[in-house]
Design a protein around this ligand. Structure first.
Ligand code: SF4
Length: 378
């Protein structure tokens, strides 16, 4: 009992060890030391559901175009979504602009240093608001991300579901204790980096870990059991066709998504549900032609592309591009629940239209097959 108590993770010892490790191994991220509150805000929104390595490819380019709150508040849909294309979860971009507009309107362009005011901004949940207060203003808030959850659950041997109120209260209380022994901002960055580089989800490097002598999970052989999730989300499989129409002038028809929908404001090829007739079935042509007729369009099937697979939240989607020759008609019933408008665009210029990554892959496929279609067309 005595030796066990001695090896428990005390806040002082954890802070000392993790700060020493961080002094040598900190990741040089552009939204850390010396970043403005605006840069911190942009980075935190980009980092929601997105890997650091991905955000690094977008962060500077975004700031070059929108260097401050006011320029972002005035951004057009197309430019904003164009710069965000590929980062995913596009609603974040629209919310970030709405937050910038609210900051201009209510706070004269200055990001507020207040939890309630930050949480009231579009797209800022509890975690992001706390992260902004800590990283932008050095206020002792506790943002607990997946890295902190993992490191602390293992270190403390916390085996209640990690999202439960009890587990979170324990983790937050422990971090607040740590704050007595080092700068809050540096401590949280250190724990985040430790979770990203050493105490990783799949391959924790316990042998190289300076916290190992204090770690309950390593001591008890439970590293891979912690943290305890609340239960796995069931993955759902979906099949769809994406209708790629070509007119006589070599243009293709794309549709703009409603703002309140996933990928709001972006352009796409019209989706036809393939739940009843999987993309490989012979029912594809009839189902797609009928769906197009409902939209006021008459078309003839030319060829199908290879399936494109992608995942969005819990949906694993298989999309098959259905290439057809436009015969007659124009989109009717717009705007509807899904789309605001449709546009015929030159295939050669399609990359200028903001699209999600899966739709961009279909557009690229179209660019590749178009010369063969043109060569064989009567
Ligand atoms: S000893 Fe292993 S499980 Fe414990 S904190 Fe270090 S890397 Fe994580």
């Amino acid at each position: 009992m005595t030796s066990r108590a001695r090896r428990r993770a005390t806040p002082r010892e954890v802070a000392t060890r993790v700060l020493a490790w961080y002094a040598e191994h900190a990741r040089p991220l552009p939204w850390r030391d010396g970043a403005t509150p605006y840069e911190v805000l942009v980075s935190e929104v980009m980092l929601q559901q997105t890997q650091v390595a991905t955000v690094l490819r977008y962060f500077r380019r975004f700031l070059d175009r929108f260097p401050d709150v006011r320029s972002l508040a005035e951004a057009s849909d197309d430019e904003l979504l164009g710069l965000w294309a590929g980062l995913g979860y596009y609603r974040r971009a629209l919310n970030l602009r709405a937050a910038a507009q609210a900051i201009v309107r209510h706070f004269n362009g200055t990001i507020p240093r207040d939890l309630a005011a930050l949480r009231a901004l579009p797209g800022l949940g509890d975690y992001t608001a706390r992260a902004v207060l800590l990283f932008a203003f050095d206020l002792p808030e506790v943002p607990i991300d997946a890295n902190l959850e993992r490191v602390l659950a293992r270190l403390l041997g916390e085996d209640r579901p990690i999202k439960s109120r009890e587990a979170r209260a324990r983790l937050e209380g422990f971090v607040r204790e740590l704050f007595r022994f080092g700068p809050p901002q540096t401590l949280v960055h250190a724990l985040m980096d430790h979770g990203a580089l050493i105490c990783t989800a799949r391959s924790p490097r316990c042998d190289a870990c300076s916290l190992r002598p204090l770690c309950a999970a390593a001591r008890e052989g439970r590293v891979h059991e912690l943290p305890v999730k609340n239960g796995r989300t069931q993955v759902q499989h979906e099949h769809e066709w994406r209708t790629v129409l070509l007119d006589k002038a070599g243009r293709t028809l794309i549709w703009r998504r409603q703002q309140h929908r996933r990928w709001g404001g972006l352009w796409e090829f019209l989706r036809v549900d393939a739940r009843d007739n999987g993309p490989d079935s012979g029912g594809a042509e009839d189902a797609v032609v009928a769906a197009l007729q409902e939209k006021g369009l008459c078309a003839r099937f030319l060829l199908a592309g290879k399936p494109i697979r992608y995942q969005v939240t819990r949906f694993r989607i298989t999309a098959v591009p259905w290439l057809g020759k436009w015969i007659s008609g124009h989109p009717i019933g717009l705007p509807d629940d899904e789309h605001t408008e449709a546009a015929w665009v030159e295939v050669a210029t399609i990359n200028r239209w903001p699209m999600s990554t899966p739709q961009r892959r279909i557009a690229n496929w179209l660019g590749r097959v178009l010369p063969t279609i043109e060569a064989t067309s009567p």
